[in-house]
Design a protein around this ligand. Structure first.
Ligand SMILES: C[S@@+](CC[C@H](N)C(=O)[O-])C[C@H]1O[C@@H](n2cnc3c(N)ncnc32)[C@H](O)[C@@H]1O
Length: 267
């Protein structure tokens, strides 16, 4: 079980992410980026893989692009589906692992938004996902996803901490109207390139006393861009664009967030 598999996380996800991105927005402009991508390449269908609660999926629908959505977490799919219905959209949203989902149609455009690909914690899983997504794309179909390059300074810091060394991340009001504080603790293993951590949610009463505590684990893998280039070659994708940010900044070596736009090579 990972963070996103828990119903309490799925139900509160949009609420706490709103606060998180007000304080530290390293994803500014992500929705517009994916909308442009879907408009450019999605003429024969779009799928939002690891769609979460539908941040991108519903933004696309609001702009006239009716994409399918899939996510490993049933809880996230349920929240995305409820949100879609409330907005009057009837979308095909199904729970599945990106390493093995199979749709009854092929898509000209696949999106893995906001670090969904980084939840694949081994090169084998990454390879399996790329091969499977390829199977679900039309010839010449496009995929975008992002990875984080290991960053020597931050990774060195995280090598000194344990996954119980919590620091306060934010405070927000949960779905039930209760105040909650979120702490996280992250440690980095340079051999596997996995960032493992725990997110701790503390629910407070009106006096500010903690009445409940929930700890939810999370693992994400950093990937050197050299690895990714080989993996893409191995799985028959051509690299079309590499950006260093959602405003299509240059993807030169110092960019931390690497956004890959790749094409299924003709077989
Ligand atoms: C950081 S969230 C991003 C969600 C959404 N794309 C967004 O922008 O809000 C990552 C999502 O990846 C999903 N996920 C993790 N591993 C997955 C897998 N193997 N296959 C499909 N989805 C996965 C999680 O359940 C979670 O909803």
């Amino acid at each position: 079980m990972d963070l996103h598999d828990y119903a309490d996380v799925a139900e509160n996800y949009d609420l706490y992410l709103d606060v998180m991105y007000k304080n530290e927005d390293n994803h500014a402009g992500f929705r517009e980026f994916y909308l442009d991508f879907a408009r450019e390449y999605g003429g024969n269908g779009v799928i939002d893989i690891a769609c979460g609660t539908g941040a991108v999926l519903l933004y696309l629908a609001e702009h006239g692009i009716m994409a399918d959505g899939t996510d490993l977490s049933e809880a996230m799919c349920r929240v995305a589906d409820e949100k879609a219905r409330r907005k009057g959209f009837h979308l095909n949203i199904f729970p599945a692992n990106m390493t093995e989902f199979k749709s009854d149609r092929k898509y000209s455009c696949a999106i893995i938004a906001r670090s969904g690909f980084m939840h694949l914690t081994t090169p084998e899983l990454q390879k399996a996902a790329l091969i499977n997504i390829r199977e679900n794309l039309t010839d010449g179909g496009m995929l975008t996803f992002n990875t984080f390059d290991p960053h020597p300074f931050f990774q060195a810091q995280q090598m000194k901490t344990k996954d119980t060394d919590y620091s306060l991340r934010l405070e927000y009001t949960n779905q039930k109207g209760q105040r909650e504080r979120i702490y996280n603790a992250i440690s980095y293993d340079p051999y596997t390139q996995i960032m493992s951590g725990n997110w701790k949610f503390e629910t407070l009463d009106d006096n500010g006393d903690v009445v409940e505590e929930r700890v939810r684990p999370l693992k994400m893998r950093h990937t050197y861009r050299q690895e990714m280039k080989y993996l893409l070659e191995l799985t028959d994708y051509e690299i079309v664009d590499v950006y260093g940010g959602y405003h299509k900044e240059s993807g030169e070596a110092s960019a931390k967030n690497v956004i890959w736009c790749v094409r299924k090579a003709a077989s």
